[in-house]
Design a protein around this ligand. Structure first.
Ligand code: GLA
Length: 364
């Protein structure tokens, strides 16, 4: 946001440093991260900006510019989450301190434009931007990602994988990352200037912190245990036969999605956009039928895109139960595709995105 530093000065009466961390879209590899598998996210232009200046005491003052709301807490305060946006920052502070990263009192002014509850990782971008603002700026970026994931797992109570925080902290402009979520080896995959990432927001809001996401994760852990592997990443499809029908479906999604993500990475690297698109459609079908995390609106948006000239592939993106689809679209057809999607699903919003850089300090 332009002028966040000026707004900080107007409110708090002194200059600030400003940090930004992006939201993300995942191109393929859904619900594979917590199974040690492959994902392929890219960072978005949408993000969270945090202006920060030190205080003389042990207090953290968090002010949301979007919500015109302010909360204050003591750095030593280790109380429970309050199901409030400030939980993400408090969780990050607690995790940093427990890991021996020193955090001092500060005033923070926060502004973001990642659509909330739409599967584009507004929370990870808030966590990562706050971590950098509160003393994490010199830490290796993958460590920033794991600290923020830990905050979300342990404080917020959402047992998310590493994907969102990793791409927000480590993204490269104009690239997706093919990330191995077990080794955290990341391979940058250029997004060809011939294609656009078109995101359709169904407007159906998800709330992942609760039941369904953690239930899916528990099912994966149970499947892995029964198959005799530590992580489903190591299971083969033919090993799933003995599982109950429900567990078999869940695990089949993960194992097949992991194969698709790896193949999709290779396809994008050799410029095979039609194959990449087929894998996106297959990913969506698997999330819909086997993992059961899609919804009628996301299915409708995928079917709307499928026949349009210039669309290579479409799928739901993120945790599911609402949120967005991502479409890989030939640049020269982008305008007509956007028009058709808007006309066919007037309740939604359509964003044409480019792959942005990961988190860092900005001069604002
Ligand atoms: C959410 C989680 C991620 C990942 C996706 C599904 O975005 O935060 O860790 O599991 O869902 O791929």
């Amino acid at each position: 946001m332009n002028g966040l530093g000026d707004k900080f000065r107007a409110i708090f009466g002194r200059p600030a440093q400003v940090f930004r961390a992006p939201g993300r879209v995942n191109l393929i590899g859904e619900h594979t991260d917590y199974n040690g598998g492959f994902v392929m996210p890219a960072a978005l232009d949408f993000g969270t900006w945090v202006a920060v200046a030190p205080r003389q005491d042990n207090q953290l003052v968090l002010r949301s510019y979007n919500l015109d709301e302010q909360v204050q807490f003591d750095l030593e305060d280790e109380s429970h989450p309050e199901h409030h946006w400030s939980d993400y920052v408090r969780g990050v502070v607690m995790t940093m301190r427990r890991q021996g990263v020193s955090v001092s009192g500060a005033d923070l002014l926060i502004w973001g434009n990642v659509p909330i509850g739409s599967g584009l990782s507004s929370s990870a971008s808030l966590e990562v931007a706050s971590c950098l603002a509160l003393g994490g700026q010199d830490l290796p970026r993958p460590l920033v990602a794991t600290l923020c994931q830990q905050a979300e797992n342990e404080f917020v109570g959402m047992r998310c994988g590493i994907m969102d925080q990793y791409i927000s902290a480590c993204a490269q402009e104009h690239h997706a990352l093919l990330l191995d979520c077990r080794s955290l080896e990341a391979r940058p995959v250029p997004i060809s200037p011939e294609v656009r990432l078109v995101i359709c927001n169904s407007g159906v809001k998800h709330a992942l912190a609760g039941g369904e996401y953690n239930q899916r994760r528990a099912a994966c852990e149970e499947g892995a245990r029964q198959v005799g592997v530590e992580l489903l990443r190591d299971a083969r499809l033919d090993q799933l036969d003995g599982l109950s029908a429900n567990l078999q479906k869940r695990c089949r999604h993960v194992v097949s999605e992991n194969l698709r993500a790896e193949e999709a990475g290779a396809a994008l690297l050799r410029g095979d956009l039609p194959r990449f698109g087929q894998l996106m459609y297959a990913s969506h079908a698997s999330l819909r039928d086997d993992y059961e995390v899609s919804c009628a609106e996301l299915d409708q948006l995928v079917e709307l895109a499928r026949p349009l000239p210039g669309v290579y592939g479409a799928r739901m993106t993120g945790g599911g139960f609402g949120g967005c689809t991502v479409n890989l679209v030939a640049a020269e057809h982008c305008e007509s595709v956007v028009g058709a999607l808007k006309a066919g699903y007037p309740a939604g919003e359509v964003y044409v995105c480019s792959a942005s850089a990961g988190a860092g300090r900005v001069d604002l």
